[in-house]
Design a protein around this ligand. Structure first.
Ligand SMILES: C[S@@+](CC[C@H](N)C(=O)[O-])C[C@H]1O[C@@H](n2cnc3c(N)ncnc32)[C@H](O)[C@@H]1O
Length: 237
């Protein structure tokens, strides 16, 4: 992640907090950017993600703790950098989470927000959005907070609206090209099928079932690629 490395080149970063770390995909990027001496703490409310993340990272400088972004169990002024990646659309309360991230940041600390966005997507990225919106729909039916993909403008509005002075922003491609690997695409189909299964017996089933054949056809034709992410770096005012 050269842009982040260049941005933080002359800045002293001793510790980093990643909110909503999942299995640690963004922790990997943070370790590449700051790993040379910096301590990185990933946090997530989901036990299944924490177990997976702890298996993936054995380095002494990386640890994971269970918590929600809305209530961070850290002292005020604890971290040089706080990040949140692809988790904004999962938050119950975005304002509270930003307030918490600000509280645990040291004065003049840095915030990094990375978020998949619904901007100019190619056909393979539209397939990722289709699956994401399917999943978020099913989660919402179960009462789980999960918004659809925000546009780049919405992401920027959320960040600036919560008091961040943006100093760097750029698009970030987690996957550079569409993936046509058969096993990979089968996995995506299985994900949608399993989500559909959860809707059995509900009035929404029929409407959602009609999406599956189109999704399969589109996957064969265009492949699957993560939507472009918007990376933002700033400081709280
Ligand atoms: C799509 S994953 C992103 C994982 C990782 N940060 C990445 O960029 O790949 C979203 C994560 O947000 C977590 N999450 C859900 N609700 C949350 C909350 N209230 N506070 C913090 N994280 C939350 C989920 O458990 C999930 O691991």
């Amino acid at each position: 992640m050269e842009q982040l490395k260049t941005f933080f080149l002359e800045k002293s970063v001793k510790n980093v907090l990643d909110v909503g770390s999942g299995i640690g995909d963004f922790v990997k990027i943070l370790n590449d950017v700051f790993g040379n001496g910096a301590k990185i703490v990933g946090t997530d409310p989901g036990d299944q993600w924490l177990i997976e993340a702890r298996k993936r990272f054995s380095q002494d400088n990386i640890s994971f703790e269970r918590m929600n972004g809305e209530k961070l169990n850290f002292e005020d002024n604890s971290f040089d950098v706080v990040s949140i990646s692809n988790a904004l659309h999962h938050l119950k309360d975005i304002g509270e989470t930003f307030a918490e991230m600000k509280r645990v940041l040291k004065p003049n600390g840095w915030i990094i927000v990375n978020e998949i966005s619904d901007g100019e997507l190619n056909k393979a990225q539209e397939n990722q959005r289709m699956l994401h919106h399917f999943k978020s729909f099913v989660d919402r039916l179960h009462g789980i907070t999960h918004s659809e993909t925000y546009t780049p403008d919405q992401v920027l509005e959320i960040v600036t609206g919560n008091g961040v002075d943006v100093q760097l922003s750029f698009p970030h491609e987690k996957m550079k090209n569409p993936n046509f690997d058969e096993l990979f695409l089968d996995e995506k189909i299985a994900q949608m099928e399993s989500l559909l299964e959860e809707l059995q017996g509900r009035p929404e089933y029929e409407k959602m079932e009609s999406i599956l054949p189109d999704f399969k056809e589109r996957l064969n034709k265009y492949g699957f690629q993560m939507a472009t992410q918007l990376m933002i770096v700033g400081q709280f005012k």
